[in-house]
Design a protein around this ligand. Sequence first.
Ligand SMILES: Nc1ncnc2c1ncn2[C@@H]1O[C@H](COP(=O)(O)OP(=O)(O)OP(=O)(O)O)[C@@H](O)[C@H]1O
Length: 878
Amino acid sequence: MKVTPEKKKGSDTPMMRQYLEVKERYPEYLLLFRVGDFYESFYEDARKVSEALNIVLTRRSNGASADIPMAGFPHHACEGYIARLVKKGFKVTVCDQVEDPSQAKGLVRREITDIVTPGVTYSDEILDDKHNNYLCALCFMKKGRERRAGVAFIDVTTAEFRIADLQPEQVKDMLQSIQPSEILLSSRDKSYSDTVSRILPQEVVVTILDDWMFSEESASQVIERHFKTHSLKGFGIDSAFAARVAAGVVLHYLADTRQNRLQYITRIALVDARDHMTLDLQTKRNLEIISSMQDGSTSGSLLQVIDKTCNPMGARLLRRWLLRPLKRIDAIQARLDAVEVLIEEGAVRKALAEGLGGIHDLERALSRIATFRSMPREVRSLGSSLQKLPAIQALLKDSGSDRLKKLVSGLDLLDEITSIIESAIDPEAGAKLRDGGYIRSGYNAELDLLRSVSSNAKSGLMEIQQAERRKTAISTLKIQYNRVFGYYIEVSKANSDKVPDYYEKKQTLVNAERYTIAELKEYEVKILNADEKSQMLEQELFRDLCVRITACSKEIQQNAEIVAELDCLHSYACCSEAYGYVKPEVKEHGNLSIKNGRHPVLERILHVDEPYVPNDCFFDKKQRMLMVTGPNMAGKSSYLRQNGLIVLLAQVGCFVPADAAEIGLVDRIFTRVGASDNLTSGESTFLVEMNEAANILNNATGKSLILLDEIGRGTSTYDGMSIAWAMSEYIQSVVGARTLFATHYHELAELEERFDSISNYNATVVETADKVVFLRKIVRGASDNSYGIEVARMAGMPSEVIQRAKEILSGMEKRDIMISFGKECAGTIEPQSRQIYLFEEEERKLKNAIEALNINTMTPLDALLELKKLQDLAGGDG
Ligand SMILES: Nc1ncnc2c1ncn2[C@@H]1O[C@H](COP(=O)(O)OP(=O)(O)OP(=O)(O)O)[C@@H](O)[C@H]1O
């Protein structure tokens, strides 16, 4: 049943009318409505909530109207429930009672107090320490003949706010690299949501907004208002018109979702594609950079091996660094030099780890403090984190690395706010604001006074207790307190006959009676007044403190950035040292030389008895493509990936697993590995493979690194082989990229003879009498056997099947030879020369035509005409 509020309001109860009014403002959101100790949802929302949370769907009576569906949960458990709803892709509005129901005249006042969406949340239950959570706006604009796409993304919990101005076809890569949780689109570009769900692997919520928000004028206004500037020139985003519009939309949306305390978002920056390498989804996936292909977890990924970070800011940055390798040598060199210094100075590294480990998540703490979502304990830990900065600064201020020196000189020690926090918050502060007692004594005179009134009165209570015990001769008489009855005197049932007349009964329990007396009432008023006032004052003081901390947002964020970078460099140094990595030389040229390189992840996983076998890789002006053949399981894919990962590690500024490495700067790493299905988007395995291959051919440059594994496997052997052959030719003659090509098509080895720039390599094996031993060494020359059946045998295939496969293989090999060369050649070809000459067909037609000519009977004119025909056949244009 859909609610039409206008129609229903008339006969509804006042509370339901109130509900419907709120619901009307955010119809798209699930509304959680506070009723007593519960958050309730009604109508359609109730059905969705009940299904999503697996809680009972009940009914609530609604005055003269029919009962309505209802589902709810206790308010104290709301964070967990809201998190579950948001993780399922719902957007939620929370409507609270904003006055004490016991004080309310008539219906209690309610207001929306929070809006939570997948892209706008501060909840620990939803967020992951090591991940950024991005809200992203996307718009397509046209100016004159130019079509641009604007992308803006923000993590409200860390205040990272960036924009990018792109060609529309670059959007896919950008979105895949941001991996937002929520995307904002104009109603005009609504259809793009299908593309979004196709290109992003994870669940992403698409929110469609009115098109007017996507105008340049409105965007500029909202940005200028937020950053309190008259122009956007200072941010360097003035010319990026589409990106600016997207940024405006993000700010609009945040305002719409009532995020009205955004002062801590102090910066906006343009993503410059020239500084960073773009890694498309395939490459991220194939190289298993942040998650393994097997189960999508970080286990078995490069990130897992490299991540030795000590705090969440570092962990988040490391993930971003691995996904955005650098393209500028000076920046790479600065990181490498810093890592080298940290490796050399073990004691400094250890002290740095201690300092970094003591720093909590400054970014997320700040965002919660700025939006009044924080608890005293978090403020206290922000203060103690800031106190760690001077030691870190002292440790590295004379470092041998310019980068480290520069970083620590940028730290703002924020002495004043640190000491204010120290003097304000009690180190033993509890987790809740309601409990009070978290502001230290001595911080505020008025609070101290109220507290002393309260505690004097409390010691007065002890005196009353003593006096009453004396007067009544009841030694067990006690003065106690609870929230409902306030202060009372408790006397056991056995002694109740000794109670004097001036005792006024308040409550009877099974074993005891509770009373009050005039004197106790007086004290109670004094104490409760003082307690209430001091609690209110504490909250006020805490808020003021939060505001003061927010005023230091820029400095805190800058410190957070520096700490994160130090943490990443430290992490690089730790793993480089532990795993015996070397400092790569990164150069502007287009060569590459890796001596005894290893796969950073595999070498950590393999058993000590079977250590990883290192391999070289070499490209120069002459040698641009390595054609790697070899049997299954010989280590071809691992070899390709290892070289990709070594280049990546070098360009993120980390040492590399090799004996030596000189890397000519790579502008992009392309990978096409194995056959992967994308059935959800309705594309066949082969189509996906060809899409990816086309993307490589169209976008790679002479500075790229291409890793091709098993191209053309998804189709018939001859089609596949022809495509692989033609791609290799194209890459060599047109693109010129450094290419590693692993293939089972041994026929491709022929290319070496046709192109100087292609060299054959193979993954070696040794055949013994009854098995094949993989040496994992990649050596010069082509391999001529595939041993697929041998691998099947190793995998435990029944021996009958293996035997039969061998027979079929031998039969097929004979037939292949006949297809290629005609019957006359059958059986005479040596295995080594079993090539299929792909471009022979044309030549043969030409040959046949020439042989068919009868020169003896031809006139000169006939001869000329025949010559013309032959020229046409040869494809010439005469
Ligand atoms: N250099 C190496 N040293 C030690 N073990 C290795 C090495 N390279 C690969 N291996 C091991 O061999 C296994 C198979 O390697 P890989 O997948 O690279 O072979 P492949 O030749 O690409 O096989 P296929 O053609 O079937 O895809 C790896 O999982 C790894 O355990």
